[in-house]
Design a protein around this ligand. Sequence first.
Ligand code: 5GP
Length: 191
Amino acid sequence: MNFLEERILKDGVVKEGNVLKVDSFLNHQMDINLFDQMGEEFKKRFAGKKINKILTIEASGIGIACIVARHFNVPVVFAKKSKSINIDGETYVAQVESFTHKCVNQVLVSKRFLSPEDNILIIDDFLANGCALRGLISIIENAGATVSGIGIAIEKGFQRGGKEIREAGYQLESLAIVEEMDAKNGTVTFR
Ligand code: 5GP
């Protein structure tokens, strides 16, 4: 079992509706030493890949992405969520359905911060059905940039996102893949 899996067993809480709550260390209170270990691990897993920028999505991807970025020595861009349909042509846009909030957001990245020369590592906290990732991938591809890899803290392996993204040919590295979780007895099993 790796450091993140151990931490999930220690401090994660399984909620009804297939939601894993990790807000005491990952996405509300944030354990920066843990994020630092995650950065070290991603650096190993993406060794040899050309990466000059990290892309994530607000809000909970940002903290992780910033600490991971120290290991790659690259800037972080985050996609902004917006309900407005007032698009000015200066932004790349994708529609993203939120698994936890059950709503659809537009996510936006300014065209100034993505270009065809960019080789991008996507970082996010969770992968469930893959909507957030597909939105980020489409923004990168619309910019003519390259997806060099995708680093996820926690993948819920029983939802379809991971399988689809791997089948599409992307290098997807998830530090913890949850195979099963049970809200009644609070158990989590990893792949
Ligand atoms: P997806 O777009 O892959 O369906 O869901 C990914 C997004 O939903 C993540 O960025 C994360 O914010 C949120 N999410 C999905 N599943 C969970 C979960 O079990 N727990 C928490 N805390 N967030 C989740």
